[in-house]
Design a protein around this ligand. Structure first.
Ligand SMILES: [Mg+2]
Length: 265
């Protein structure tokens, strides 16, 4: 399967990575002290052949591509792979072309539910469709005070998953699909089950990443509803630092200090 997966992406994936680093974007890889962001971005570039880097984001692909339009996030470079749409899309980190091996499975779960979700949410108070090209999911802005509190359960009763993040982003997803389950599928297809994996995030849509049981870094700016899960996530470390500062701290905590020291002074 690894060969087939590699044939579907336009970047060379490391043959035998020492680490798979999976990072959320907003509030995580794009946050933290400027000096720590620079350090982590330079390290990821220098260790490109040793660290398989995956973005795991609630953004859709176009919004991920926009990160690299200017120099705002330099020297951050494209990762090897992108898991976007809260786990509903897997794409090559460079071209952002879909990886059909994974995406087709998710598409099958979503296609019959999409019209049901569209009908149930049309005209509902307190929710507004986000102006994004959400793929294999539906994304809304939610006003918790204005929306019908029973709506989420009505949606779940239709066999879809519902995730509310940052108190305002509502995602309706195919059943059983989140950042974590998609990550697991990717690792399985890449035959990387023996490789250490570290995941990092800051809001509830990252919960699936932490629930995989991989070493987890909850960054210091994590939202309160995610922090409530911490006691149930025994392999997750709560960093003091925000964003990249927390990722660096967590990598040292999990024993990657030596790897971090390589190529970055
Ligand atoms: Mg985030």
């Amino acid at each position: 399967m690894r060969a087939l997966f590699q044939s579907q992406v336009q970047v060379d994936l490391p043959d035998a990575p020492k680490l798979v680093l999976v990072t959320d974007l907003d509030g995580t890889l794009l946050a933290g002290k400027a000096a720590d962001r620079q350090r982590l971005y330079r390290w990821l570039d220098a260790c490109r052949d040793e660290v398989l880097h995956i973005f795991a984001t609630g953004r859709e692909r176009r919004s991920v591509a926009e990160l690299f339009d200017g120099q705002e996030h330099a020297p951050l470079r494209q990762p090897h792979l992108v898991i976007s749409d809260v786990g509903c899309t897997v794409a090559c980190g460079d071209s952002l072309e879909l990886v059909p091996l994974v995406v087709d499975e998710i598409e099958r779960l979503w296609e019959e539910r999409a019209p049901v979700v569209a009908a149930m949410t049309a005209g509902e108070p307190g929710i507004k469709r986000q102006p994004v090209t959400a793929e294999r999911r539906q994304a809304f802005y939610a006003d918790l005070e204005a929306m019908d509190p029973a709506l989420l359960q009505r949606l779940r009763d239709q066999g879809v998953d519902v995730v509310l993040s940052d108190g305002r982003y509502l995602d309706v997803l195919p059943p059983g699909v989140n950042k974590g389950t998609t990550l697991q599928r990717v690792l399985e297809l890449l035959e990387l089950s023996g490789t250490p994996v570290v995941v990092a995030g800051d809001t509830l849509n990252d919960l699936g990443l932490f629930q995989t049981g991989h070493a987890g870094i909850m960054v210091g700016n994590a939202e309160a509803p995610l922090l409530e899960w911490l006691p149930k996530l025994p392999n997750t470390y709560l960093a003091k630092g925000e964003g990249c500062s927390g990722i660096l701290e967590g990598l040292s905590h999990f024993g990657f200090g030596e790897l971090l020291g390589e190529a970055v002074s």
